[in-house]
Structure formats: C-alpha cells, structure tokens
Ligand binder design. Structure first.
Ligand code: HAM
Length: 415
C-alpha cells in the first residue's frame, strides 16, 4: 500500500473547516489592510533561492527539494514565499506602480526537515509582503496585521518578539564583535555552531542546544551596535507599536533563519511553546530586490504557518464555525422513483439547494440512515405510488413530521 510521503499529509474532509476558517481570516485581513493576492509557481530556478535565502542557511544547505528537470534546468520546490514574490515584482514591472506594493499569498512550502509535530516537509503559509518603502510605520503596519490576524482567529496568550539586526553598514562591525566573543567559547560550542561561527555567526544566537544558549545569553547584542539610522528606525518602530497598543518583547537572540533580513525581525509565538511552536515571523529585507537585479528597494513582510495555527487552535480548544452541510437527501423506492429522484435532485441543486440523492438499491431504512449521517434537515421520499400523483413525502428530520408535497412545489418549499 502506498502512503503519503513522510513529512507530507492529506487534509481530510474533517480538517477542512480549519483551513477554510484560517484562509477566510487571512483574506479578510488582507482586504482590511489593502493587500492584493499574488500566486507564484510551485517551483522556481534554484538560483533564486540560493541567492536570496543565503548559502549558509539550513534551508539552502540541507532542506531544498532541488532537481534537474527533463531539459536539464535546475529547479527547486518553493522553500519560502518571499523570493518568488520579489522575482514576480521585478519580472512584471510592479516597481512602476505606486509604492509600496502590498501583496499576499497562500502557498505550499517545501523543506526537507526532520518531520515532527508542527514541522512538515510540505507545509502551507499565509504570507504578506509590502515592497517599496522603508518607513518604520510600514514595519508597524505589517506587525499589526500579523498580530490582528492571529487575534481574529481567537488565539490567546501570544507573544511578539522583536529585534533589529542592523543593515549592511552596521552589521559587519557587529558580526566581528560577535565572533570575537564566541571565539573564547569555540570549543564548548555544538558542532553546528562551530560551523556557524565562520559561515553564519548571527545564527549562533538562536541555537537550541542548552550549553550554546547559555553562551548566547551573554553575547553582545545587535541593538547595541546599530548605526544611527538603524537605531532611529528601531526606536520609531517601537514608538509606533506602542501607539498601536501592541505588546512586544525585545528579544536580543531573535535573528531568523533566512539571510535576507535587515533591521526589523519579529516572530509571534504562543506562550510556553517549544522550538516548533512559532506561529509566524518576518522582517525587513531592504537589500533583497537589489540582490535579485532590481534598483535598491526596501521591503518588509511576514509569513504564518497554517498547520501550526491549526495545532494551536486545537490545543486552545477554540471552536470554529461549522462548514455548511447538505440540506436535502432524496430517498426512493422503486425504479420509476429512482429516475424521478435523479431529476428532482438536479432541480433542487439548480434552485441552490444542496442535495444528495440515494444511489443503488438500498432499503428505505438504509437510505434514511444515510440521510441521518449526512445531518440533512429534510429527507424527501419518492415512491412509485407517489409519482402517480405527482407528489413526494417530505420528512423534517428535526421532529420526524412528514407531509405530502407536489413535486413542482418542492424547490420553493425547501428553499
Ligand atoms: P519562516 O519563519 O521560515 O519565514 O516561516 C514562516 C512560518 O512558517 C513559521 O513561523 C512557521 O509557522 C511556518 N513553518 C516554517 N517551517 C515549517 C515547517 N517545516 N513545518 C510547518 N510549518 C513551518 C519565511 O518563510 C519568510 N519567507 C517569512 C517572511 C515573509 N519574511 C518576510 N516576508
């Protein structure tokens, strides 16, 4: 028997209500903030991601689904949503529109990670990107949007972690200081961190190993090494968040796992959550568009993981709206009645009434069991005898009351 590939999952009908609920909240939030949808292809040229996400990152080094297509072109299944949006922004001349351009997506994301609860090899993200403005009020707006999106889902006890990791002017100096600090502890670091020390020192700060975390706690902080512009930007952002009454914690070890970030980085976590609990995160990426061949274009965005949201909705026992069910079931007894029930089902559906008609040759009792399990409000019973008089029996499933109704009146009556 075949099974879904490890780290991927089927979204069964009983789960769909969660997905529709989250998607609707996402789309409504985007409408409120003036973001428009952009869908990019599921795979892109590999270079787009190595260039943007960064060579020293886990995503590029270990997690991308990369293969050569039949024409020998190296392509990669989308391991994140920001680079494709930036590529589309450049390719379609969106830089010619009034800036900032505000876009969102709901997309599947592929990362070859070690599967566990909240960590899949194919997961889904709701993401937003605001491109073409470096104003800290835009950072605040994106954070506000992420925050309100989670609140609109009725999630409770969330925390917003915030940091600024500087820009290409001030970050090199900070990285030198960081490396000098870590050099003293090099031998006590985990093997991953020993590699990070040279390849990606910023990532030393968010290592999950307890001994590395101890070292990270006393490490130099990026906010103490910001240039004047970055410092002003960060202070203004914090001011805007206070204005918007969004509670935040400055987390000096928050650095994120993708290399394109500059200045603002943030994550939203459920309180007391473990490493795989982060619901969403994002930040500024002021150099990315230029790195991909465009003019210098500041931008900021965030993305949320749908599967992780569902885990938390369930954990917090948040009731979600039930999806609309089937309203009418048509049972039949006899061959002529079967033909009539087929015709009737079609008429009811054309009148906008959700209808299921029995198939096969089941007993009336078995057909009524099916009506019950569908949870319909009305069962319509068509028999050969009733057809002669042009009627059917309608049973109100809520109270088992029955009445005889002319077939022609059924659509109007059931509506
Ligand atoms: P990210 O933090 O890598 O950011 O992913 C965003 C969210 O996707 C995470 O917070 C988490 O909820 C979810 N997620 C990530 N990996 C997995 C996984 N393996 N299984 C389940 N859920 C996962 C980005 O991807 C950036 N592109 C976000 C961004 C947009 N930054 C600026 N604009």
């Amino acid at each position: 028997m075949y099974q879904a590939v490890r780290g991927t999952s089927d979204i069964l009908p009983e789960e769909q209500a969660y997905w529709r609920y989250i998607e609707r909240r996402a789309v409504d939030t985007c409408q409120l903030y003036g973001y428009q949808r952009l869908d990019s292809p599921t795979f892109e040229e590999t270079g787009l991601f190595t260039r943007s996400v960064g060579q020293g990152t886990d995503i590029v080094e270990k997690e991308m689904y990369t293969f050569a297509d039949k024409g020998g072109k190296k392509v990669t299944l989308r391991p994140e949503g920001t680079a494709p949006v930036c590529r589309a922004y450049l390719e379609h001349g969106l830089h010619n529109l009034l800036q900032p351009v505000k876009l969102y997506y709901l997309a599947s994301i592929f990362r070859y990670e070690r599967p566990q609860a909240g960590r899949l090899r194919e997961h889904h993200q709701f993401g937003c990107e605001a491109i073409g403005d470096d104003d800290p009020s835009l950072d605040a707006e994106v954070i506000d949007m992420a925050w309100r999106f989670f609140l609109s889902l009725k999630l409770k006890n969330l925390s917003l972690q915030l940091n600024s990791i500087g820009c290409k002017q001030c970050r090199p100096g900070y990285l030198t200081t960081l490396k000098e600090y870590y050099a003293e502890y090099a031998e006590s670091l985990c093997r991953d961190c020993q590699v990070r020390l040279n390849r990606n020192p910023l990532r030393l700060l968010d290592c999950k190993q307890p001994s590395c975390q101890r070292t990270a706690r006393a490490a130099p902080r990026s906010v103490d090494h910001l240039c004047a512009d970055c410092e002003t930007h960060f202070n203004q952002l914090k001011g805007h968040l206070e204005l918007l009454e969004i509670p935040f914690t400055v987390n000096h070890r928050l650095v994120r796992g993708l290399d394109y970030y500059t200045r603002t980085v943030f994550e939203i976590q459920p309180e007391g959550g473990g490493a795989q609990s982060t619901l969403g995160g994002g930040g500024r990426y002021d150099d990315l568009i230029e790195e991909l061949g465009g003019k210098p274009t500041p931008a900021i965005g965030f993305a949320a993981g749908i599967e992780r949201i569902i885990l938390n909705l369930k954990k917090q026992e948040i009731a979600i709206p039930a999806p609309p069910g089937v309203h009418v079931f048509i049972a039949h007894t006899g061959d002529e009645a079967r033909d009539e029930s087929t015709r009737l089902a079609s008429r009811l559906r054309q009148a906008g009434i959700s209808t299921v008609a029995a198939t096969g040759k089941k007993s009336l009792k078995a057909q009524m069991r099916q009506a019950n399990s569908l949870g319909v409000r009305y069962a319509v019973i068509v028999g050969d005898e009733e057809i002669k008089t042009g009627t059917a029996t309608v049973r109100d499933m809520a109270n088992a009351r029955q009445k005889t109704v002319p077939l022609d009146d059924l659509p109007g009556m059931l509506k």
